[in-house]
Design a protein around this ligand. Structure first.
Ligand SMILES: Cc1ncc(COP(=O)(O)O)c(C=O)c1O
Length: 280
């Protein structure tokens, strides 16, 4: 695998073999998770919805206090990384930007940012997935709420909890007991015949797939009390890797259908529209 890297001694950007790429041990992204990232899908060497992903990366960087990113530079990095990995299709394009060299503590010294673009394989998502609700909450009032930062260990912990229980994704409530999101996905449910997803004020990441489903398929953004999960007739996850993935069971409750009619329609519309437009 080849990787594009800039900063960290690589100047304005170079493609190198991933096994040879080196970061300074005191990069603040490593010592304290001071960084932001994106995962983008590439098909036939072209990155899907790249403009939306770069804009979200910029929002995350701003929210974390990393300043304004040079998105043209990063877009060029994505193109170089894809060109250097032509056999990886579909590709999982991982863009990471960290604060660069920093002290051992939380204070940031404001040096040159480190940026990387790696391209790995994207596994085919399973036709359905089971999810479990984890005992920990998302903090919708936290400083990092809604930002895609490299401080992701909470998601690592929650996903391991779900996997130990045979599920494919872990679901978080927020601090007031409403549905929030998965470790790497957003969630939609069908309640009383209506398609609903938690609003951004409930604390989820503004998923690009979620955004496109709302635009292309519809659905309401409303707070969903966790207790309402016992009544949902259908549910699905959305993410760059899963697209629209039906949920078969939530904890021990197997849903009436996976996919049910609303989910099947969302899958169909998303597949058609995303195939027709590479950068919607
Ligand atoms: C916490 C979280 N929520 C939701 C998503 C889904 O976002 P997207 O559709 O942009 O992949 C992700 C993506 O990885 C995520 O990390």
């Amino acid at each position: 695998m080849k990787i594009w890297i800039s900063g960290a001694g690589y100047g304005s950007g170079r493609v190198v073999d991933a096994r040879e790429a080196r970061l300074p041990a005191l990069d603040h992204g490593i010592t304290v998770g001071d960084g932001v990232f994106e995962t983008v899908k590439a098909v036939g060497g072209q990155a899907f919805a790249l403009t939306r992903h770069l804009q979200r990366l910029a929002r995350s960087a701003r929210g974390l206090g990393l300043g304004e990113l040079d998105l043209d530079h990063l877009r060029d990095g994505v193109h170089q990384a894809l060109a250097a990995n032509p056999d990886t299709d579909p590709g999982r394009v991982r863009i990471t930007v960290t604060a660069g060299l920093g002290p051992l503590g939380s204070e940031r010294t404001g040096g040159e940012l480190t940026a990387m673009v790696a391209v790995g394989p994207f596994a085919q998502p399973a036709p359905t997935t089971d999810v479990v609700v984890v005992p920990w909450t998302r903090n919708e009032n936290g400083a990092l709420s809604g930002l895609k930062t490299t401080s992701y260990a909470e998601n690592v912990r929650a996903l391991a909890y779900a996997r130990q229980r045979g599920a494919g994704e872990a679901i978080f409530a927020n601090t007031v007991g409403n549905l929030c999101e998965g470790t790497g996905s957003n969630i939609f449910v069908v309640l009383d015949g209506r398609l609903v997803t938690p609003p951004l004020s409930a604390g989820p990441l503004a998923g690009i797939t979620r955004e496109l489903v709302l635009e292309w398929v519809g659905g309401a953004e409303e707070d969903i009390p966790m207790a309402a999960l016992s009544r949902v007739s259908e549910a699905f996850l959305t993410s760059t890797g899963r697209d629209v993935q039906p949920i078969r069971a939530i904890d021990d409750r197997v849903l009436p259908a996976a996919p049910g009619p609303v989910t099947a329609e969302a899958m169909k519309v998303f597949a058609e529209r995303s195939a027709a437009e590479i950068d919607p």
